[in-house]
Design a protein around this ligand. Sequence first.
Ligand SMILES: O=C(O)CCC(=O)C(=O)O
Ligand SMILES: [Fe+2]
Length: 333
Amino acid sequence: MTMENVPVIDLSPSFSGGEEGRQKVAEAIRAACEDIGFFTVVGHGVADATIEALRRNAREYFALPLAEKEKVPQPVERISRGYSHVCSRGLAYSTGKETPPDLQESFAMGPIDEAPDDVRGALAERYFFRRNTWPHTPAGFAAAAEAYYREMERLSLHILQLFARALGLDDHYFDDKLDHHTSTMRTIYYPPQSEAPQAGQLRAGEHTDYGTLTILTGDDVPGGLQVKLRNGGWVDVHPLPNAFICNIGDLMMRWTNDKWVSNPHRVANPPAEYAHIGRLSIPFFHNPNANAEIRCIRAFYGEAEAEKYPPVKFGEFYLSKHLKAQNMTVETA
Ligand SMILES: O=C(O)CCC(=O)C(=O)O
Ligand SMILES: [Fe+2]
């Protein structure tokens, strides 16, 4: 890895620049994904007002008393819906590491669309297509989150098509693996730290994301996102105004037999003089269909190079990591 900073990529030529524009943007994405695994996008076409409306509602929500926030709790299946309180998860557990839990609270949602036929009535419907539920206050939270989620659906499909091109595949290679996607979105609040964290405790422990692509807006404050370099060092990722930070998840690594890296990242604690500042961040985790089979693409292995990962069904792969991050295992009954 040679990049020490997250590159900024203007997506506008990929919307309006025809074949040449798409190719140019795909090349820039390929360079980032073969290296640091993170890139910032501008020219994405999402209106500032859509981003701001969700950020405002999320801030209002997290400022409510705990009892109010707990009125829409995370369901017993421990899936990404509803409110999760501070210290209810540890992202480093998903990598098998023992740390104190993460200093964050969140409110999560999943697909707005209904379960497809191949999932309806199966366990996967309960885990991936459970209806979203919303608090009464702030009154605009649900609408703002759904409008933003719809924009993320559009943008993530566009970027996945650029991924396909960047990998030398047909632009639509991934389309049929994503047409009933199971993406989730979390509004996360990292509260001010009135006490020093425990040894090894972070706002978000070191991990890689489990899906295809994460698209994030976050406050640029001390105690923010950091990405791990190959030499073991950490570099701060500074969100630009009205831009999104993108990073690839484990599935891109599995599909490409490690040609693309899903890079470890974490959210650091603020230094003591900034410990009174909370941080809001909103990752959209793009995930494929529950039943999509994730196996190394033929072009990425050959005579000399074996497939590094056995084929997995996305739903099973995801649940095992997601539940591990909460010290849980999959319930199969
Ligand atoms: O809050 C952030 O900036 C990153 C959060 C993150 O990496 C995650 O929740 O997977
Ligand atoms: Fe992450």
